[in-house]
Design a protein around this ligand. Sequence first.
Ligand code: HEM
Length: 292
Amino acid sequence: MTDQAIDRVEVEREAKPKGPLIYRQAILTRVTHWVWAIAMFFLLLSGLQIWNAHPALYIGAQSGFEFNNEILRIGAENTDAGPRGFTTVFGQKFDTTGVLGMSELRGNSNFVGFPGWATIPSFRDLATGRVVHFFFAWILVGALAIWLVSSLFNGHLWRDVILKPRDFRELPRDIWEHIRFRFHHRRTYSPLQKVAYFGVFFILFPLIILTGLAMSPTMNAGWPWLVEVFGGRQTARTIHFIVMVLLVLFFVVHIAMVVLAGPINELRSMITGYYRTSPGTEPDAPKKEKSK
Ligand code: HEM
């Protein structure tokens, strides 16, 4: 780049209008967010360790040779080409050697559902996987309870998460804006963000917690109706797995959106609380607004 070009970029950067820096995320919103982000990491990897102990999913109350209710299986088998890993979904078999069913662990072929890099611990250890999973499950529940109570009191729930009639009206336009990667930085979340976060808080998180509890023998004794609500133990396990997949998909899109919307500004808001809004945005939290 020539000196002139560098000067032009500098001038353009200086001239680019900036909106006000506002206080957007309360301390408990930020702390609980990072607690559940860490908890979700350990829950996912320890959950896959537990799942590897029986790498198949069924619908109904029971599973076994006398039932024909399997919907997913990951395994390994001997073929003419040697041992191969496979995944069967609704009777359709796929060769997934290298990732699912058969993968490398420290230079050796490992016959296991999910590979070692995706589980905690990386080797087969159901007992440790369960200890880690149940520990972080309660951390997640605690963080969500604190989030719910604080969000009720500080207005975050009503302002940013609950969809109002206006959000539904603006949703199609907001989806179109997101498709064109046009992000508006405002005090509150956009309608599409509200849909995503509402879905996580009030559909995915409750479902994964309740189906987890439905698989617990202690809960089966205390609340036998819970497992019935989900259509039996095996269906509860299948729902738990599907919600895990949906949360992983949410996470991928969530990170992509943070990167596309401006990672420095987005991360600053989730670390310090302060957020640079688009020019022309009304700052509606004047007490904590910064002059810069
Ligand atoms: C499994 C892990 C994660 C889950 C389930 C999750 C979920 C969420 C949810 C539900 C919100 C809305 C919070 C609220 O308004 O109270 C949120 C906001 C946010 N998250 Fe995450 N998150 C995860 C990981 C991450 C990571 C790793 C990053 C950083 C790279 C991140 C960056 C952010 C940011 C910047 C916001 C504010 C978004 C905005 O202003 O629109 N999240 N996240």
